[in-house]
Design a protein around this ligand. Structure first.
Ligand SMILES: Cc1cc2nc3c(=O)[nH]c(=O)nc-3n(C[C@H](O)[C@H](O)[C@H](O)COP(=O)(O)OP(=O)(O)OC[C@H]3O[C@@H](n4cnc5c(N)ncnc54)[C@H](O)[C@@H]3O)c2cc1C
Length: 412
């Protein structure tokens, strides 16, 4: 097995190769998704360079939208990319929850400038590829190694070894697993498996000019109905709309988690839903179908020299639109901890995990809970839910989520 010649220019220029600092000099990030790229940039901001190992041969993100709330947007702005983000984002005016049949408004969270003022950053919606590209621009291109599927992590006294499917290996001080819900790094720390939620989601993109009746509204809209819900919002500076629609699916999907979906099947599943939803489905050219998985929350995801961020640490159902937001919070919290030269690296990783785990567990829990509360049939429980969300969804009740500062949380 040969070692990868891994002295990137980022590493050569690192101020931490002088042997004086207690900061680690060789850090690997496994996975170049939103979590991996953000943690690498957040570390670089503190002068800590990393090498990033990605299994894919090409970098990119799936063709779908992503909502980024102020708790994460505020942190991303600290990387100096507010202008770049604004060029590709949409700032929605509100999030609205509506009834499936008659399109009646159930709850509204006013966003726009009021949200940006209150929480110090806007609520954004992006095409995933745009957000990924802006994050990528922050990193030296020779710090990312493609086609490197990590298959084994071995922790020895004083170092960590990564082994890759192509027979190569890497040795260093710290490994950060940002390798998603099926994380290989996680499996070196925890023995558990993803849980299938019994739900799948169709996702597709609609050009704005095709849905002019809808395109003048820059809101995130969710329609809640019996056993399923769907969501639509503008992305890519308003040129496109992202559409997602859940369905119940009895079979546990193990191997293939994504597949091309059939619009005809989606249309059948959403028969009888309001006219606006029908028109959105009618405007789609194609959809993908994803099986939705999560895992139970865990309190410990760090060892002496290995830790996890994002879906590798706390994969959640997408029903709070918080998975990537929590990955971004993780990234900044971990970088802040690792920049503390008074702590050993093992203590940095423990502090990071101990602060993050309760918050991410709560977000995982609510995301799971929403998979039943969003899908109630008419009856008393549904009426109670409608009353509750009309209050809970107000902007001033989002303080715990949007007002949280992940960097501050690890320093206090
Ligand atoms: C339908 C849906 C809608 C969502 N909407 C939102 C939203 O609006 N807002 C939000 O905040 N979140 C949302 N999420 C959640 C969000 O997509 C994830 O939480 C987020 O992408 C996790 O980022 P990550 O970097 O941790 O993992 P991933 O995005 O999964 O990235 C992991 C990376 O690691 C690589 N990798 C995997 N294994 C290995 C290996 N062994 N070796 C090397 N590389 C490896 C992968 O190729 C990938 O590039 C949604 C999720 C779904 C399913």
């Amino acid at each position: 097995m040969s070692a990868i010649p891994l002295v990137s220019s980022a590493l050569k220029n690192s101020p931490h190769l002088d042997g004086q600092s207690t900061r680690p000099s060789r850090v690997a990030v496994v996975g170049a998704g939103i979590g991996g790229l953000t943690v690498a940039s957040a570390l670089l901001r503190h002068g800590i360079a990393c090498e990033i190992f990605e299994q894919a041969q090409r970098l990119g993100e799936v063709g779908a939208g992503i909502q980024v709330s102020p708790n994460a947007a505020r942190l991303l702005h600290r990387l100096g990319i507010a202008k770049r983000l604004e060029q590709v984002a949409v700032r929605p005016g509100a999030t609205e929850m509506r009834r499936w049949d008659d399109n009646r408004l159930l709850a509204r969270t006013t966003l726009g400038n009021g949200c940006a003022r209150r929480y110090g950053a806007p609520y954004y919606t992006f095409h995933r590829a745009d957000l990924h590209r802006v994050l990528l621009e922050l990193l030296p291109s020779d710090s990312i190694y493609l086609g490197q599927q990590c298959v084994e992590v071995t922790e020895l006294d004083g170092e960590v070894i990564l082994r890759f499917a192509n027979g190569r290996s890497w040795r260093g001080d710290v490994v950060i697993g940002a390798d998603g819900i099926r994380s290989a790094v996680r499996s070196s720390l925890v023995r558990d498996k993803p849980t299938f939620s019994g739900q799948m989601i169709y996702r597709g993109i609609i050009p704005a000019e095709r849905i002019k009746h809808f395109a003048d509204r820059i809101n995130v809209r969710l329609w809640l109905g019996p056993k399923q819900h769907c969501v639509c919002y503008p992305i890519a500076s308003g040129r496109l709309y992202s559409f997602g629609a859940t369905i119940q699916h009895g079979e546990a999907i193990a191997e293939s988690w994504t597949a091309p979906g059939r619009i005809e099947d989606l249309a059948v599943a959403y028969q009888g839903w309001n006219e606006e939803v029908q028109r959105l489905i009618g405007a789609l050219d194609g959809v993908n179908l994803w099986a939705l998985h999560d895992r139970d929350p865990i309190a410990h995801w760090s060892s002496q020299y290995v830790t996890l961020v994002g879906d590798a640490a706390h994969p959640m159902l997408p029903f709070m639109a918080q998975g990537a937001n929590q990955a971004i919070e993780d990234a900044f919290a971990l970088a802040k901890c690792m920049s503390d030269t008074t702590l050993s690296i093992s203590d940095c990783l423990t502090r990071y995990q101990n602060v993050r785990a309760p918050r991410t567990a709560e977000v995982q829990r609510i995301s799971r809970e929403n998979s039943s509360t969003f899908h109630l049939s008419d009856g008393d429980a549904r009426k109670n839910r409608d009353r509750a969300i009309s209050v809970n969804q107000k902007l001033n009740n989002q303080e715990w989520l949007f007002g949280y500062d992940a960097e501050l949380a690890v320093t206090t």
